[in-house]
Structures are given as C-alpha cells and as structure tokens.
Design a binder for this molecule. Structure first.
Ligand code: NAD
Length: 364
C-alpha cells in the first residue's frame, strides 16, 4: 500500500529510502541525561524509518527544563549517543540529532546552582509546567520559574553552545542536525512578540527577533554544512503561554532566509498536535512551499499514511513525520507498506520509567 511513501527523498545531501520519518519524541528515560544500551535498542528497533530524528537533546546544563531528558554537552553523553547512532547505522538506518534549549520553560530546581532560567526577556511562561525532582527525591510537575533576560554579551556564548553540540553530534556519527525552534521553547520565545521585548538587535523588528535563530543555524552549518542541517518550527502554537502577533509573517520570513541558505529541510509541527484548536490551511502550507523551494518540506501532527500520500501527491509537502505511531510501532514503515494494522500507543508510558512501553512494542 501507499507506494508514494516508498520513493526516495533527498534531505539536502542525504538521500533517504522512504518518507516515513520518525519525529523527535521526549521519553524522559535518562536519569543521568546519558543514553545507554536500552536507548540504543529503542532507536535501533526503529531503524527502518526513512530517517529518525532523535528526542530533543539539551545543548548545555542551562538549556534543561525537565528531569531525565538527554544532553550533548559532555564526553559521556557524546559516547552514549555514539552507541545509539551505531545501533541505528548497524541496522541500515539514518539518524538526526535534535538540539534543544528550553529557555523559560524551566524551573530553578533543574538549573545549575538553582539559578534562574534564561530567556529573551524576564517574562514567565503563563501556565508552563516543568517536570522536576523535589527535595524528598520524588518527582512531579511545577510551574515554570520567572526567567532572567539574557544579556546581549551572552548571546555569542549561547550560539557557541549549539556549535559545540553540533561538533559532538558529528563525532558521535549523526547524519544530520535539526535545530529545535518549535514548541514555545527558547528559539520560538525569541521569535514571538509576546515573549521577546528586547531593545537590542535581538528584539523589536521581525528581523531582529529571528536573528539569533539564524545565527544558530549558521553556527551549526559551519560544522555540518547547510545540506545536513534541518530546522523544526511550530507557527501559531500557543502552548506554555506563548503569544505571537506575527507568527505567519515570521514563518514566511524564515522560509525565505532558510531557502537562501540551502537548508536541507524545514520541518513544521502543526499546532493541532498540541491539542490546540488551530489548524494549518493548505493555503498556508502552499505559501511556505513557495518560499522554501529547494530543501524538503516536512509536516508533523496527526498524519496517517493516507494523509501523507495525499500531501505529497498534491505537491504541498515532501513527507510527513510520525510521532506517537512510531512509539507503538517500531516497524511502522513496514506496516504502512503491507497495510498491516497498527499497535496503539499507551500514554501512561510516554514519559519516565524504563523498558515497559519503550522497547517492548511488538513487531509484525
Ligand atoms: P506533559 O505536560 O504531560 O509533560 C511535559 C513534560 O514533562 C514531558 O515532556 C516530560 O519531559 C515530563 N514528564 C511528564 N511526565 C513525566 C514522568 N512521569 N516522568 C518524567 N518526566 C515526565 O506533556 P504532554 O501533555 O505530552 O505535552 C505537553 C506539551 O509539551 C506538548 O503539547 C508539547 O508541545 C510539549 N512537549 C514538547 C516537547 C519538545 O519539544 N521537546 C516534548 C514533550 C512535550
């Protein structure tokens, strides 16, 4: 079934054999923030994906907002990820690293020395919650802390943390890097009008609000080349108190800027995924396509094999990216190809815990 999904696609200089791509999925299963054998097994099981985008991975100790999410800022983390990459490559797959900074969606309890999280401006994410460890060793949700605004002089250091994370990703063997500029985390906080009230060259005009994101894309590309760099964005999303009066204009501006650079792909996370009652229109998708012409255009959120086939055949996008279906179906492409039934994901085991609900979903 769905032959269109089994035609190769170029993501920059990387050719992938099918268009069933695995989305970045936070699973919160690394208490020490280091991937190990179990995580290598999980990703290796999913190597049949056209490409895997690994779970959001923090670029530095201050980039974190939740317990148990991985990092890529030290040698042990790099070695752990190398083990993951090797498991995927050994099974004939391809994998991208996703670089993540949460910005204000953080809490002093998960920050080094209990310091305040950093953000474009000192504005708390209304309703944002973090997952933290308490003094008594238990864990649970707590409201995000009020952040402090990054000083202009600190921005180069921030950009450099992404570049160093890209260097480590490359040494670990990742085929590609995806910059996480979605889901109301740091880079979207810079782009959005509600969370960025800066008066330096990183705030104010639309171009200024986009500046740090493009500096980070350029820094990561200095390591990987633009033909091996992708970006994830989520226009119109309103989670974690994010407000943006110019979301559409920002998306078009970014699409043009990324097109000029020859970025490998643009990955759009659709807002209804987060449960918001906001839906992208085909006119919007086409308007992005018209501006981002050379790289691949990917969409994620509630796609099925049928909807993906329709998207591709109408020329609006090049592929769909699958999250929850990949949690429950390690052999998702094979199931689409043969028209087999899908396993249902169990939300109780999405985050935290161990092997259960992680590496024990059945293959065909
Ligand atoms: P949630 O509010 O239930 O949990 C949010 C986060 O808390 C999880 O990502 C996880 O890190 C942590 N968490 C939750 N339960 C945990 C547990 N038992 N043990 C350890 N950590 C735990 O998440 P949700 O309702 O699935 O998602 C809410 C929003 O968060 C989504 O709409 C999405 O936008 C965003 N989200 C983003 C990312 C990302 O971009 N990296 C990852 C996950 C969720």
């Amino acid at each position: 079934a769905y032959p269109t999904l089994f035609t190769p696609l170029k993501l920059g200089s990387l050719e992938i054999p099918n268009r069933v791509i695995m989305a970045p999925l936070t699973r919160a299963r690394m208490p020490d923030r280091i991937p190990g054998e179990m995580h290598a097994t999980y990703y290796g099981q999913r190597a049949g994906a056209g490409m895997i985008i690994c779970e959001a991975t923090n670029v530095s100790p201050t980039a974190v907002g939740y317990v148990y999410t991985p990092g890529i800022w030290n040698d042990q983390q790099e070695a752990g990820w190398k083990q993951v990459v090797e498991a995927v490559h050994a099974r004939g797959g391809r994998i991208a690293m996703q670089l993540w900074h949460v910005g204000r969606v953080s809490n002093e309890r998960v920050q080094p020395n209990g310091q305040k999280p950093v953000a474009p401006s000192a504005i708390r994410g209304e309703g944002a919650q973090c997952y933290v460890e308490f003094e008594d060793g238990t864990s649970g949700r707590e409201d995000a802390s009020t952040p402090r605004a990054l000083e202009t002089e600190e921005i180069p250091e921030l950009v450099e943390s992404y570049r160093q994370a890209a260097v480590r990703s490359k040494r670990a063997g990742f085929d590609m890097v995806e910059v996480h500029a979605a889901n109301a985390y740091l880079l979207q906080q810079f782009m959005a009008t509600g969370s960025n009230q800066r008066t330096d060259r990183y705030g104010g005009s639309l171009e200024n609000r986009a500046r740090v994101v493009l500096e980070i894309v350029d820094a990561v590309a200095s390591v990987y080349g633009y033909d091996r760099v992708g970006i994830r964005m989520s226009p119109f999303i309103e989670i974690f108190g994010l407000k943006d009066d110019e979301s559409e204009a920002m998306m078009y501006y970014m699409a043009e800027q990324l097109n000029v650079r020859g970025l490998a792909y643009l990955h759009i996370n659709e807002p209804d995924w987060a449960g918001d009652d906001i839906h992208l229109t085909d006119d919007f998708r086409r308007a992005v396509r018209a501006r981002f012409r050379y790289g691949a255009l990917l969409f994620c959120g509630h796609y099925t094999a049928e909807r993906e086939q329709d998207l591709i055949e109408r020329g609006i996008g090049d592929a769909a990216v699958f999250g929850r279906p990949f949690i429950a179906n390690p052999d998702l492409p094979e199931r689409f190809r043969t028209g087999a039934a899908l396993n249902e994901p169990d939300p109780d085991t999405f985050y935290g815990g161990g092997a259960e609900g992680y590496i024990d979903y059945p293959f065909l």
